[in-house]
Design a protein around this ligand. Structure first.
Ligand code: ASP
Length: 435
């Protein structure tokens, strides 16, 4: 049995939905389809999800969301018309959604309707069952998927039926509709794959798999044929827009292979994401960079000797909303990188003053504009010449390295570079490692 998730661009209009139908018709094992909300039809178009967030924001500000909602409704009615369907059944559904949004149902509920409406529409078009995820996918307070969800979904699924399922949302512990983070239909697909013990989770998008480097940066960037769950997580962690990193967790225990495929080129093999792979001369799968980091440098004599201080420092930072992503420890110093967007200049200043005072630090400094570059592959630690290649590639371009994290993960080498040099670093590394 195959679970298929189709992204927003695969469902942006009637002609795309027809492609989806011929894909599912081509293989009877494709019996569960998870849909995103309609995405962009052209580069300048708007995603339905963005428009729904806009509606919630307008209502929140006490303004009318009517015009924006009508534009959303038109997206769906145009699809219905273009598919040659009788749209009568959809009118009351749209009216009800509009009324609830206008009555202040809130951002989570409003945003979830993009997928909800699309799943109803696609289910009717296919003649399949619509399966609701509200009350069946339970999202715990820490954002993880409550284990009960798999049982609840499994109970609802009948082996002889085919289902269309809305992506992106479930319910919180209190029972209210809650969305995942953006792009979260990937997570719904992974949850349904695990709940139905799927043989394969197909993730259909508008590119022919996961690229080893951002194709906007490098002409002729190649698609990775096979990569591991861990490689995907590491690549996504350094900004590669591959696959939602939280979508790996549900399938990893059940070892369900993921196949990322292209709705516009279904014959392409795409990328296989599996538990482990052989090196086959490919120690590295990709290079990516993520900017927007600030660096916090703390100094205090004997810092490393005081075992409890790290935890205490981090607890204090959390009070100011700062949660570091990367850490480096010296004998008398600690360096933390955190996302600049986590706290304003003023909050960071107050946090530094408090930390310096409370922990009697010798000094504390913050500077901004850092990026983290990741060289990702399951065999990074087995490549004797890798660090020399990385150094040579960056040195040759005059790119300085502010930190190097080698050995803490067996699947990545992380480097700190100045944000304005991040793209140049990625290009230089790609050329040196892949060309
Ligand atoms: N529609 C949602 C978004 O735009 C979720 C998804 O497409 O996966 O983020």
């Amino acid at each position: 049995m195959i679970v298929c998730k189709f992204g927003g661009s695969s469902l942006a209009d009637a002609s795309q939905i027809k492609k989806v139908r011929s894909i599912v018709d081509a293989d009877a094992r494709r019996s569960i389809v998870i849909v995103s909300a309609p995405g962009k039809r052209t580069k300048d178009d708007q995603k339905v999800t963005d428009m729904l967030y806009e509606c919630a924001r307008l209502v929140d500000e006490g303004r009318s969301a009517s015009a924006v909602f009508d534009a959303i409704a038109l997206r769906y009615t145009t699809i219905l018309d273009d598919l040659g369907m009788d749209g009568q059944f959809f009118k009351p559904i749209l009216d009800e959604v509009k009324a609830k949004i206008e009555a202040g149902a809130g951002a989570h509920w409003a945003a979830s309707r993009g997928e909800h409406l699309n799943a109803q529409l696609v289910a009717r078009y296919f003649g399949w069952e619509f399966l609701e995820t509200e009350g069946r996918i339970i999202i715990a307070d820490d954002g993880s998927v409550d284990e009960r969800s798999y049982e609840l979904l499994a109970q609802a699924l009948k082996a002889d039926k085919r289902y269309v399922v809305p992506g992106f949302y479930g319910s919180n512990a209190q029972g209210a509709v809650q969305t995942f983070s953006r792009g979260g239909s990937d997570i719904t697909g992974a949850i349904l794959s695990r709940a139905s013990s799927a043989d394969v989770y197909e993730n259909w998008t508008d590119v022919s798999g996961v690229f080893s480097v951002d194709p906007r940066l490098v002409d002729g960037a190649h698609v990775v044929t096979t990569m591991t769950y861990q490689e995907v997580r590491e690549l996504a962690g350094v900004g590669a827009g591959v696959f939602h990193e939280e979508a790996i967790a549900p399938v990893i225990a059940a070892k369900i292979p993921i196949n990322v495929k292209n709705t516009n080129a279904p014959a392409d093999a795409g990328t296989w994401i599996v538990e482990s792979r052989a090196c086959d001369g490919q120690p590295i799968v990709g290079v990516s960079a993520k900017g927007g980091y600030s660096r916090l440098t703390l100094r205090k004599l004997m810092l490393l000797k005081n075992s409890g201080i790290r935890h205490a420092l981090m607890t204090m930072m959390r009070i100011f909303g700062v949660r570091p992503t990367f850490s480096l420890f010296g004998i008398d110093s600690i360096v933390w990188f955190f996302e600049t967007s986590q706290a304003s200049e003023g909050v960071v200043e107050a946090m530094c003053a408090r930390l310096k005072d409370e922990f009697a630090l010798d000094s504390i400094e913050v500077d901004h504009g850092h990026a983290i570059v990741g060289v990702v592959g399951s065999f990074v630690n087995e490549e004797a010449t890798l660090l020399a290649t990385i150094n040579g590639a960056l040195g040759g371009q005059g790119i300085g390295i502010s930190f190097l994290n080698y050995g803490s993960s067996d699947t990545s080498v992380l480097l700190g570079v100045a944000q304005e040099q991040a793209n140049a670093a990625v290009i230089a590394l790609y050329r040196a490692l892949f060309d």
